[in-house]
Design a protein around this ligand. Structure first.
Ligand SMILES: Cc1cc2nc3c(=O)[nH]c(=O)nc-3n(C[C@H](O)[C@H](O)[C@H](O)COP(=O)(O)OP(=O)(O)OC[C@H]3O[C@@H](n4cnc5c(N)ncnc54)[C@H](O)[C@@H]3O)c2cc1C
Ligand code: FES
Length: 264
């Protein structure tokens, strides 16, 4: 079992909005877009987080304050120590043709990481859709704008960009342009709506799934998805269309904290 653990100080903390912060760390993380790490905050245990960016000298995570662990993290300052192990999981494919990214809410960090890597690798054409409930919830607007050949924004309340969802914009752009690959990362309900649209256009796609993860390395079984018994922390979190088709739990149920299967 791989366990590349590093204990290191928080280098910088950037407030994205009232409930989301980006934490950077000076350390090498040999990660690819879509992978995640297990973060330990002393006295609060360990939780999984997607990697926003990683290069030879630093890496970053964008984290939403939702409960005891993240609340403790939000009380920490630059210089305070945390511990990280990973990276874990499968990453997005590396399609350098015409790609479309569809993101929703605070699930966009792996898409920004992917956009940077694909752009650096010479992607032919990249369109991005960034959706959120309202303007203040949108992440990385300028970064996506700079990296994309075409960048679109949707907000539920219409405060910026299209009034509606990322999936509305996905339907619109697919009726205008041709793509080779779609990358989707958002709340599961949003991805559930996006998948039939991608299928309708007979396009290759990948989704970024989340399940309760305790170990991150295939030991505890908490992230298992039925009926395949797929171990999401190792065989995901990035899942392709063919595999997704066999995961009857997608959009329906997941294992909660105790391992019991619950409706989503
Ligand atoms: C692969 C993966 C990538 C993730 N990436 C990010 C990210 O980039 N940014 C971010 O803010 N959050 C991310 N999360 C979710 C993050 O792990 C939870 O928000 C965090 O664990 C909450 O802990 P808490 O104690 O603050 O809240 P709690 O009160 O414990 O939980 C609040 C919510 O977080 C979920 N959660 C709690 N523990 C876990 C766990 N061990 N695994 C999965 N979900 C959990 C709960 O189901 C609940 O819905 C990711 C989760 C997974 C599985
Ligand atoms: S989180 Fe333990 S098996 Fe996946």
């Amino acid at each position: 079992m791989k366990c590349d653990r590093q204990t290191l100080p928080i280098a910088t903390i950037h407030e994205e909005n009232a409930s989301l912060r980006t934490f950077t760390f000076e350390g090498k993380l040999d990660a690819t877009p879509g992978q995640f790490i297990m973060l330990t905050v002393f006295s609060q245990g360990e939780k999984p987080f997607s990697i926003l960016n990683a290069d030879k000298t630093s890496f970053a995570l964008t984290i939403k304050n939702v409960g005891p662990f993240t609340d403790r993290l939000f009380q920490m300052k630059s210089g305070d120590l945390v511990s990280v192990r990973g990276p874990y999981g499968r990453s997005f494919s590396n399609n350098l043709g015409r790609v479309l990214m569809v993101g929703g809410g605070f699930a966009t960090p792996p898409l920004l990481f992917l956009a940077k890597r694909l752009r650096a690798a010479g992607v032919a054409y990249m369109a991005t859709i960034n959706g959120a409930r309202t303007t203040s919830d949108l992440l990385y607007v300028h970064d996506f704008d700079e990296l994309s050949d075409r960048s679109l924004i949707a907000t539920d309340d219409g405060s910026l960009g299209h009034k509606g969802t990322s999936v509305d914009l996905m339907e619109a752009i697919l009726s205008e342009e041709r793509f080779d690959q779609i990358y989707i990362s958002g709340p599961e309900k949003m991805m559930l709506a996006a998948v039939p649209v991608a299928k309708h256009h007979h396009l290759r796609f990948e989704v970024n799934l989340e399940r309760y993860m305790k170990c991150g390395v295939g030991v505890c079984g908490s992230c298992v998805m039925d009926p395949l018994g797929l171990i999401l922390c190792m065989e995901g979190p990035i899942i392709d269309a063919q595999t997704l088709d066999k995961l009857e739990e997608f959009g329906v149920s997941h294992r909660g904290k105790t391992g019991r299967i619950e409706p989503i």
